[in-house]
Design a protein around this ligand. Structure first.
Ligand SMILES: [Zn+2]
Length: 198
């Protein structure tokens, strides 16, 4: 589900010119990051690996640079979270078709890469031999290429992650983790455990 911004928050965003880097909008950005981290089950939208270091808000249509569209910088459907590697490698390519679109599209057809809200990731990318990303479509190919999912920094994590996927103990611990709520303390401990593993 896309993040819901209140009338007040939308007014603040407009007041500061939709400028993502404006310090006054930090609280709203933190809310956005937290929301999508939870929505995506703490997985990066491009490599589908658990977050290891930073959790970065990703703008599908870039917010700045030559290819930037400031008008979409706080659009809920343009936002998701990615790991540092993917966000950094994806950079500010123009993946919106056509570039001149004035309202935010409602379908993945308007994008060259897998859209975190409109597309079903595994329709476009599959994981083979528990160690590499393989494209199932042109979009999948472009996503792998943009985010450099073949880099060893990513594939080494993938191998590690897939090994744990088959481990019944780790899967059991993950299920307890999903209970969340009143189990917050347990959740924190398990997060520490996983940070240690990854
Ligand atoms: Zn990633």
């Amino acid at each position: 589900m896309p993040v819901k911004l209140s009338r007040q928050e939308l007014a603040e965003i407009a007041q500061f010119g939709r400028n993502w880097d404006n310090a006054n909008l930090k609280r709203i950005k933190d809310k956005i990051r937290k929301h999508y981290k939870r929505e995506q089950n703490k997985l990066c939208c491009f490599c589908k690996l658990p977050f290891r270091d930073s959790v970065e808000v990703e703008h599908t249509v870039p917010k700045g640079g030559k290819e930037g569209r400031n008008d979409f910088s706080f659009h809920p459907l343009n936002l998701s979270v990615a790991c540092h590697h993917c966000n950094n490698k994806k950079s500010t390519n123009n993946d919106l078709i056509p570039w001149t679109l004035t309202t935010y599209p409602r379908s993945g057809l308007y994008f060259k890469i897998v859209h975190p809200h409109f597309d079903s990731y595994f329709d476009h990318i599959t994981i083979e031999d528990k160690s590499r990303y393989v494209a199932k479509s042109v979009k999948g190919y472009k996503t792998i290429d943009r985010c450099k999912l073949y880099d060893t920094t990513i594939t080494e994590q993938l191998v590690k992650y897939m090994r744990y996927e088959d481990d019944p103990l780790i899967q059991g611990v993950l299920r307890i983790r999903e209970l969340g709520g009143s189990f917050q303390e347990i959740t924190k401990k398990i997060d520490r455990f996983f940070n240690f593993l990854f």
